[in-house]
Design a protein around this ligand. Sequence first.
Ligand SMILES: [Zn+2]
Length: 147
Amino acid sequence: MRLPDRVRALPPAQPIARLGNQAYPLSANPSASALEATDFLKTWALRKTIFDREGGICFYCLRHTPANVQCLDHVVPRARFGRNSYRNLVACCMECNFRKSDRPAQDFLRSLYRKGRLTAAELDRRLRALKDLAAGRLRPIPPISAG
Ligand SMILES: [Zn+2]
């Protein structure tokens, strides 16, 4: 009988959501379940929270992207049942939006690395950011509601 080649320990649980230089405990967010159900393409204000989260930088190639040429990209394409959740939407430049198309985001990031658009360290951080995104650790700051 063969043992698996590698048994990887799970990373330690992260009780803190990190977003840029902000950190806040997940349990302190009373609207967490509402956030999970939110369609972030529904209104301009919601779309803007995704752009704001990325801070004017393309999620994939890290290029500074002027607001008028930013796109929102589905990490998992809608064609593959990707949702309009903050866990599946990123702000990116038009070029990345066009080139990524329906490819898996990991493959696209690796192609940016092969073309020299990302360094090895940047690729590593981008792949980690993808995991954080899917795990709900990259929460946008909700728009201030009038209620
Ligand atoms: Zn880009």
